[in-house]
Design a protein around this ligand. Sequence first.
Ligand code: NDP
Length: 285
Amino acid sequence: MTAQLIDGKARAAALRAEIAEKTRGAARAPGLAVVLIGDDPASAVYVRSKERATEQAGMRSFAHRLPTATTQADLLALIAALNINDAVDGILVQLPLPAHIDESAVLRAVDPSKDVDGFHPISAGLLATGQAGFVPCTPLGCLMLLKETRGDLSGLDALVIGRSNIVGKPMAQLLLREHCTVTIAHSRTPDLPDRARRADIIVAAVGRSNFVRGNWVKPGATIIDVGINRVIGADGASKLVGDVAFDEALPHAVAITPVPGGVGPMTIAVLLHNTLLAYQRRNGS
Ligand code: NDP
């Protein structure tokens, strides 16, 4: 057996095309505001690609690039202005924030009806209690890939490795909502390989290359590799890999996401999906 590759790039392109089609039919262009503080190069790249994707979907992009020295009060004032700006349907504050700014205060300041990143405690609470809100983009993208590949997930044994608020916890909530039996593993979890060998679904969100080994994978399991790790390959060139020892897992898994080209492209597509949803909810459409 060799695993099917789950083509996140193609799925994301299809989702973006669907969103662009719906946006064309909207009474006005949905708007996404992205706030970037400081000059972290990786964050700048993410923000540029979010802006480009927003425009390609026919939406309005409002980018706010502020210097590292921006005070928390100034940032909160900008968010308050975006909250009451009717042209803005979604607000995203690019993380991480500089150390002098309280991240949780900033995330709480975003109007939950515009919280397209799904990081507001109200969004987390709505997800945990099974109510409609905004689901963080990466785990929702993972779920879309899983459902497309495996169909009904009901009754499956799922292992989520990682418990961050951005990926691990919301991923576990989504799988629970799909009636999986969910284990959340983290750095204090004993016997991780044995737990993994029981799982029909493994979602790896750790941030360590070659973390999930081939002999951890139950035959026929589906693997979603969220990790993004930069390593130096055998040829001396730098490359991106996930958390899973990909070549080792291939003969055991039934399906696996590659890195790059798996989960990554879904994240931005789901951000556009959430922005359209925010527009539709705010306009009762
Ligand atoms: P965090 O660093 O916030 O969380 C990592 C998690 O891994 C923690 O819960 C940690 O446990 C757990 N962990 C660390 N070491 C071990 C171990 N030895 N055994 C078991 N669990 C362990 O990372 P994120 O959740 O933000 O991101 C995870 C990965 O996903 C990163 O590589 C990131 O770059 C990538 N990512 C990719 C995205 C995409 O679009 N494709 C989007 C977001 C993230 P503990 O809580 O105990 O410390």
